[in-house]
Write a protein that binds this ligand. Structure first.
Ligand SMILES: C[S@@+](CC[C@H](N)C(=O)[O-])C[C@H]1O[C@@H](n2cnc3c(N)ncnc32)[C@H](O)[C@@H]1O
Length: 248
């Protein structure tokens, strides 16, 4: 992949189409937070707007809905297997995949990761600590999951870090730039698995939280977003990041 003087390259479009245009073995890691296609047990419930499914009705200043959050379990398996296979092709041997998902779609995501040819290495837990809705008569939905895999065997000697498997990070409350944006500090903790001066790909970048954390850690970033509004948010956010001395 050719880099401009900027430490990031972002594309507006459909992830699968854009991924098909990227060169083989051109990124070191894929860290992504795709639409979970969750938020309901029936097709009708899943097809509701994302703001209805994922946001508390009392939220102020609602952010725009996002794309692609409508598939059922079988549709998600077929679709995710395709983009995960493309991600596998564009990742260097030994590179990492970290893909967010929730409890409903976790079994489907781990199937898709394996169908796509990745070596499934484990699951990292995002513990939202106290930052989730209390629900009477139920266990709190206090965690989301990050499915971790590698392209072939891991090269542990290349980056012998020792990392926790549970990441306690309170969800961001104010100042969010995406309806379901992830906290920057969570992305920073995940990026610790990636060797220095890597190229990190997020094919569902939303507001580019992965990108901001990647640039701050001295990596290059490649992002894709389908929604025009969120692409613009991502671009502005990345532009605001000061040049990092590690990026060449
Ligand atoms: C869960 S959000 C990512 C949020 C991001 N982690 C953040 O912190 O802002 C998933 C994003 O993927 C985008 N998306 C959905 N389907 C897509 C597709 N086929 N190609 C590219 N982007 C897509 C959505 O518009 C949405 O912004």
């Amino acid at each position: 992949m050719t880099h401009t003087t900027l430490p990031y390259t972002i594309h507006r479009g459909d992830a699968l189409q854009v991924l098909r245009g990227l060169a083989d073995a051109s990124v070191d890691a894929v860290i992504t937070d795709p639409p979970y296609c969750s938020g309901g047990q029936t097709m009708a419930a899943r097809a509701r707007p994302t703001g209805e499914k994922y946001i508390n009705s009392g939220s102020k200043a609602p952010l725009p809905d996002f794309e692609g959050d409508f598939r059922d379990q079988r549709g998600f398996l077929a679709w995710a297997s395709q983009w995960l296979a493309e991600c596998h092709r564009v990742t260097k041997p030994g590179g990492h995949l970290l893909a967010f998902i929730d409890w409903r779609m976790l079994p489907t995501m781990t199937d898709a990761v394996q169908v796509a040819g990745w070596v499934w290495q484990g699951i990292v837990v995002w513990d939202k600590t106290g930052g989730c809705r209390p629900q009477r008569g139920r266990f709190r939905s206090q965690a989301e999951y990050v499915v971790w895999a590698s392209r072939g065997p891991l090269d542990i000697k290349a980056h012998p870090v020792v990392l926790p498997g549970v990441l306690p990070v309170h969800p961001q409350l104010g100042g969010k730039q995406h309806q379901v944006g992830k906290p920057e500090s969570l992305m920073e903790k995940l990026l610790a698995i990636v060797p220095p001066a890597s190229t990190v790909l997020d094919p569902f970048m939303g507001s580019a939280t992965t990108g901001v954390a990647a640039l701050r850690a001295g990596h290059h970033f490649v992002g894709v977003e389908m929604s025009e509004g969120y692409f613009d948010v991502a671009e502005k956010r990345l532009q605001r990041e000061p040049p990092n001395r590690f990026v060449q």
